[in-house]
Design a protein around this ligand. Structure first.
Ligand code: TA6
Length: 274
């Protein structure tokens, strides 16, 4: 069984989604790869894929019930809609994950995750629907852990955080206000920005490419680069990989989202090549 599916918009515009974690592992636009995938990433289901767009659910960060970042990115998802070319030229596919013994042993709730990936000529949209299919409410956090490829981290600028409050997991501080219009990554950065009410858009720019990330119902953004020491400490991450990636992660993580029985949260991000 093929473990991944590919969306083909044209010969130099495509996206690949691995069924393990429904992880988008590649997005090629105009012949150029836009996502970072570690050359040492496991791709056999033995561990979360290190790169692309891993899905974090039902918990962002360390979790008392199971592995960090939850089970969605380490589960085999099912394709419920094969790649389909729409009338406007976009190509879409839909994958699904529902609760099973494994997930219920960690987190005893019934849920349905429906993930739609849409590839456009110059954009990639990933929409996740979280439905509580049980009879009791549950709460969770959710995040799209996007690894953007950059030619050289030293020439990368990320914007859209000015004035936002963040917690800094490296410095151990909270309620810090971002004073920079553009952030240059020059060290280990691991920040959870609370953007509620802020413009939901980030520009990730290098001399070669400018990508605009916009979000719906994902009010927070995590900014992460492991830098030298943490890169070297990850067995599935190239030691120098930090030079070619930045994680700008769309999430609902600062507060836990409560879903009552039968309720659905629909959240999405769109990345456009400008
Ligand atoms: O992206 C933020 C973060 O929570 C970092 O603290 C770092 O742990 C990263 O996720 C990767 O986590 P992982 O479990 O994939 O190694």
């Amino acid at each position: 069984m093929a473990n991944s599916i590919t969306l083909d918009w044209s010969e130099n515009c495509s996206a690949t989604i691995h069924l393990y974690g429904a992880t988008v592992t590649s997005w090629i636009n105009n012949g150029k790869e836009q996502l970072f995938l570690s050359s040492k990433s496991k791709m056999d289901g033995s561990k979360a894929i290190r790169g692309g767009i891993p899905l974090v659910f039902p918990n962002f960060g360390p979790w008392e019930h199971g592995p960090q970042h939850g089970f969605a990115r380490i589960s085999w998802w099912k394709i419920i809609e094969q790649p389909t070319k729409m009338s406007n030229g976009d190509v879409t596919t839909v994958l699904q994950l529902t609760d099973d013994d494994k997930t219920r042993n960690m987190w005893n709730h019934q849920f349905l995750l429906t993930y739609k990936v849409t590839l456009g000529e110059n954009n990639l949209t990933t929409k996740l629907e979280v439905t509580n299919t049980g009879s009791e409410q549950f709460d969770f956090t959710v995040l799209l852990h996007t690894y953007f490829r950059v030619s050289d981290i030293n020439s990368c600028k990320v914007s859209g955080f000015l004035g936002c409050n963040y917690s800094d997991k490296v410095e151990g501080t909270d309620n810090v206000s971002e004073a920079s219009k553009e952030i240059v990554i020059d060290r280990n950065i691991d920040r959870v920005y609370r953007l509620a009410g802020q413009p939901d858009g980030h520009l990730i720019s290098t001399p070669e490419t400018k990508l605009m990330l916009t979000k719906i119902n994902l009010p927070d953004t995590v900014l992460w680069n492991p830098w030298t020491e943490k890169a070297a400490a990850m067995s599935d991450f190239d030691d120098l990989g930090y030079l070619n990636m930045v994680c700008v992660e769309s999430g609902y993580v600062s507060q836990r989202k409560i879903l009552h029985a039968g309720e659905t949260l629909t959240c999405s991000q769109n990345i456009t090549v400008l």
